[in-house]
Every structure is written in C-alpha cells, then in structure tokens.
Design a binder for this molecule. Structure first.
Ligand SMILES: Nc1nc2c(c(=O)[nH]1)N[C@H]1C(S)=C(S)[C@@H](COP(=O)(O)O)O[C@H]1N2
Ligand SMILES: [Mo]
Length: 591
C-alpha cells in the first residue's frame, strides 16, 4: 500500500491529501444506503418542441397506416394488383428452402435470451443518450447543429466562455427519464446505465455469436438469408397482402415469407453488427487508434447511427410482436416455445412464464440499481472490466489538423471555489507549485515558469466525454513521461493520482487515478495551452491532463498535485477517482 512509502516528505504530503490539501477532503461515501431520493427523484423530462422529437408522430403514423390500408384495399380490386400477387406470391423456392422440423431448442432459447438482453440494453442505451440528449453529425458537437434533441437549445448567453462560473456545463444539460423507461432513470445516471449496457451487450454478443455459428452449421440460415433478387418483389407483394388485410398464408414453421425474411435478415445481419461497430467507434481508445475522431466515422455519426439502430429495433420488436398476435397467436407461440406446429396450451403457458420473467426483471432493474449502486458497479466490473483493461493497451496515436479543431468545446465540472486557487489565478500563477510526489525518488515542486520552460509538446486530439459529446482541440504542454524522468517513480508505483484544486458536484475534492503505463504515451501531457492560448479557467487553468486513451472525466482539470501510488484503495471510497466514487464509473475508461 502507498501508506508504507519510505519517503518522509511523500508521507507527509500524502496525509495532507487525505486531510484535504487546499482542495478540501476527499469524500468517502460507500453509498451503502443507495442513491438518496433527492438525486434519484425525476425532476421532469424536457422534450424539445421540434416536430421530429414530438410524440405526435405516433397518431400521424396511425392515421397514415389506416389511409394506406384503405388505398391498398381499394387497389386490390384491380386486375394488375391481382396479377402482381399471382406472379410474386410472397415466397419463392428461388431464395428459400423449407426448413423441416421447425425450430430447434437452441434457436428457441436464444430467441428468448436475445429479447431479454436487448430490452435492458435499450433501456440503458436511452439513459446514456439522456446524459447528453443531443445528436449531431459533426465531431465537435456544436450547439444548434443537432438533428435531434430532447431539450431546448444550449442557452445562448451561457455558451463556451472564459467565465467558468457562468458557462453551461454538459452535466447541467442531461435530462432525467422515468425510472421504468430509462435504467435507472434519474438525471446523470450514465455510470450505472453503462454497466447495464455493456454487461448485457457482452451477453447479447455471446448469444449472437453462438446463434450465428449454430445457424450456419445447420440449415436454419436458409430462413434468413435471401439467395435471389426476387425476394424484393415478393416482399412488396407480402406487404401489399398484409396492407389489404388479406393476409398471406402463415408458413413460418418451415418458411418465412419474403417480407419476414428481409426484416429478419436486416435485423440479424445488418443492424446487430452495425450496433457493435457504431458502439466501438464511440470509444476514445478505438478512435485514437484508428484516427476516426473526425470525418465520416466520428463519434457523433456513430452515436446517431447507433440511435437509429435503436429505433429500428424498437420498431422491429413492435411489428414482429404485433404480427405474432395477428397471424395466429397460439400456433406461432407454439413454434417458438415448444418447437412444435401445434395449438397446445402448454406453449402459451411457457410463453406466459417467459414474459413473467421479463416483467419481473424490468420492474426491479431500476429500484435495485438505485438501492445498490455499488453492487451494480462491482458486478459490471466483473463482467466487462477485463475487456476495458484490454482496450487500454492500444496506445493512442491519432492526431488531427487545425481545420479539424472544433468551433465550440463543451465544458464540464465545477470550477475551484477555494480562495487559494483564486489567489494563484489573480497572481498569474506566479506562486503556483505543482507538487509531484508519493512513490518517487525525486519529489518535485515545479513552478508555472519551470513548466513552461520544459520541452513543449503540441497535439490536436479528440476529447470524448462519457456523456456523449466530443470535441477537437489543440493542446500544448509537457509530456508526463518528461515529468516521470525527473521524478523517477519507484517500481512499486502502479497508479498516478491527479488531485484538483476543485471539488466535485457532490462535495469533496476531485481526483482521478491513471495506470502508470498510460503516462508514458507520447500523447499524455499536462496541458497549459488550448488552441494556442493559455488554458482558460473553464477548461482547467493552470494545468490539466490529456490522456488520449481515456474518457473525458479522467482528464483532471485545475491540477494541484500529482502522487504516485501502488494502489488507490485508500483514497476516497477506493474506486479510483471522484467520479468512480460518486458516479459509479469504472477506473479504466478507454470505452
Ligand atoms: N477537477 C475536475 N476536472 C474535471 C472535471 C471535474 O468535474 N473536475 N470534469 C471532467 C469531465 S467529465 C470532462 S468531460 C472534462 C471536460 O473538460 P473541458 O471542460 O475542458 O471540456 O474535464 C474533466 N475534468
Ligand atoms: Mo465528461
């Protein structure tokens, strides 16, 4: 443990930190009592006025459907209509071979698990969106360029400014969802939502992978993969038959009609893989490796497509379930539960049981998460922690050009309120000393002037806030590897703690721990400049971290001191940082 440090100076400083340094004490809250009502309570969901974010699309859709049905029913009296249906009846042996024996057990169970996992992935996904309820196509997440938003515009008088007290922060921008829609619902609960989202993603992907393998090692793939172009006119024919309310025969036990086939193909082989890809493209580690921080694969495009896939999935589940009910419920349910082409009551009972499991989990998910947030954090870490650790291995390389710099760069965090910071700022950092200590051979106290005299590194990189926004900026500063050359950390040092002058929103000092390996990346710097200007107060003056493999909250602003430790278990609630303690984030955040 870091407490056993042999260095008396480091020892003294360390106890200072735990008492509070000048930024206030680190708060220890194990949240054993759950999230308090004041925080978990939903204020109001603020849905913007723009027509496309309004719920009256639903009645418009219903009226549209009724009108279309009326038109198609009328058209079905004509000869050309009937000829078309006769030529393309809806299924053709050209592209589908009847699959004998119906649905094997693996397929039936996987179908159930798929639905089960997806429901929670979608709820948690919506919660993640609600943390930055705006969708754009540009990498800079520029206000007023949203193609969809769940609340009003960013207040014009509080946009990106030097005045840290007034600037509109991304955290203020988040909205709450009803606890039975979102997961867990309350405002800025992205930390908990992400554990659900990623853990269930993993289960869903494993389920999907097994499904692909079994599908292609049996003849079941023939149900889903079209092998002839006449699947398109046949799909049009099936659609017309449904819309004329003269339903085509239901042969789903052995063969799907062309419309089913296309819908299932798109869902299984297009939407699902694309969800994975667009999920990964939102990760700082992936983008910094591939250079997709700007351009057509940037995070905001990925988020937008990810959201459209969500809409497709909701639409698919809705239509699919409706069709199951409309086209012979008891028979259909027997196909997918018992795997028999019968009308037995057992199948319906089994379906009832499955749905009961879904309902129980659905109802309990948010209350349990709110009551036991630490448990969700731990369980999530067990589920996906190793994958996140693996993604940290990708050393970030991508840098961008001056044209890529975002015109607007969102702000986050509470600015320092302690008088010491105000004094240092007023004196132009003349008296500022960056302390670097802990498990190091040479503890340092570096003045602002000394930092400016060190070899300067400049980089244009992309920033990825956990909440969903991104931005590109040029940063100038000192490489952490240079600081380490001077301080000479002991071999026992495994983590590097960055302490801020500022407190976090829940009270207590903001700090964050980084694995020491990440400190050796070329792009890991202590920045004192942003876009060619000295760092302003909002963005972290005098010094802030850039660790390009990690999400935004790990980029500690207003750095007061740096400590090398063996473990962070003794700091705060022992989770690895302020947001890890207070907002249940993971301490490795390359995604
Ligand atoms: N001290 C401190 N540093 C902080 C925060 C904070 O609340 N306090 N917020 C973090 C978060 S969540 C993000 S996204 C970035 C935002 O940096 P920016 O305001 O320069 O965009 O700072 C990080 N550093
Ligand atoms: Mo953030």
């Amino acid at each position: 443990m870091a407490d056993e440090t042999p260095d008396p100076l480091a020892k003294k400083l360390q106890s200072d930190y735990h008492q509070g340094g000048s930024g206030g004490p680190i708060v220890v809250d194990d949240w054993a009592g759950g999230i308090p009502q004041t925080r978990a309570h939903m204020p109001s969901i603020r849905v913007g006025r723009r027509w496309f974010s309004s719920l009256w699309l639903i009645p418009i859709g219903v009226v549209g459907l009724v009108l279309t049905i009326a038109v198609v029913r009328d058209a079905s009296r004509y000869r050309w209509f009937q000829d078309f249906i006769a030529t393309y009846p809806g299924t053709s042996t050209d592209y589908v071979t009847a699959v004998d024996g119906g649905f094997p057990a693996w397929l039936r169970w996987q179908h159930f698990f798929n639905l089960f996992f997806m429901l929670f992935i979608m709820r948690a996904g919506l919660q993640i969106l609600a943390d930055h309820p705006r969708l754009y196509l540009n990498a800079g997440s520029t206000p007023d360029t949203e193609w969809l938003r769940m609340r009003g515009p960013v207040p014009a008088d509080r946009r990106d400014s030097d005045d840290a007290a007034r600037v509109w922060t991304a955290k203020e921008d988040s909205v709450a969802l009803p606890a039975q829609v979102g997961l867990p619902g309350f405002r800025h609960s992205i930390g908990l939502a992400r554990w659900w989202h990623f853990s269930f993603d993993l289960l869903w992907l494993v389920n999907g992978l097994i499904f692909y393998i079994l599908l292609f090692s049996s003849d079941q793939w023939r149900r889903l993969v079209p092998t002839s172009w006449d699947v398109f006119p046949n799909a049009a024919s099936t659609a017309l038959q449904y819309l004329s309310l003269d339903l085509p025969p239901n042969e789903g036990f052995s063969t799907y009609n062309a419309l089913q086939l296309l819908a299932y193909f798109i869902t299984v082989f297009v939407a699902a893989p694309l969800a994975l890809v667009t999920g990964l493209l939102q990760a700082p580690s992936v983008a910094a490796k591939l250079g997709t921080g700007v351009g057509p694969l940037n995070r905001q495009v990925a988020r937008s497509i990810h959201f459209l896939i969500f809409l497709w999935m909701v639409f698919f589940i809705f239509v699919h379930t409706s069709m199951v009910f409309v086209t012979g419920f008891v028979g259909n349910i027997n196909h997918i539960t018992l795997g028999t082409d019968t009308d037995s009551a057992t199948g319906v009972v089994l379906y009832g049981l499955w749905m009961a499991v879904v309902v129980v989990f659905w109802v309990l998910a948010s209350p349990v998460t709110i009551r036991h947030p630490r448990l969700i954090q731990r369980a999530g870490r067990v589920m996906v922690g190793h994958i996140k650790a693996f993604m940290e291995w990708w050393s970030p390389k991508a840098t961008y050009t001056t044209e890529d710099i975002s015109p607007y760069f969102w702000t986050n965090g509470e600015k320092p309120t302690n008088p010491r910071y105000a004094e240092l700022l007023a004196a132009g950092w003349k008296d500022y000393r960056l302390r670097v200590d802990g498990l190091v051979a040479n503890p340092l106290e570096l003045s602002y002037a000394e930092l400016l005299d060190m070899p300067k590194s400049q980089q244009i990189t992309a920033h990825y806030c956990i909440q969903g926004w991104s931005g590109v900026a040029e940063w100038g500063g000192v490489q952490m590897s240079h600081i380490m050359d001077l301080a000479q950390p002991h071999d026992r040092a495994k983590w590097v703690v960055f302490y801020s002058f500022a407190d976090g929103p829940e009270g207590g000092r903001y700090y964050d721990c980084h694995p020491i390996e990440n400190m050796r990346h070329e792009l890991t710097i202590l920045a004192y400049e942003m876009n060619g200007e000295p760092l302003n107060e909002s963005h972290g003056a005098p010094l802030r971290l850039r660790d390009e493999v990690e999400l935004g909250f790990k980029q500690v602003k207003w750095i007061e001191s740096i400590e090398f430790v063996e473990s962070f278990a003794h700091l705060g609630a022992g989770q690895g940082g302020y947001n890890e303690d207070q907002e249940f984030y993971g301490y490795r955040m390359p995604i």
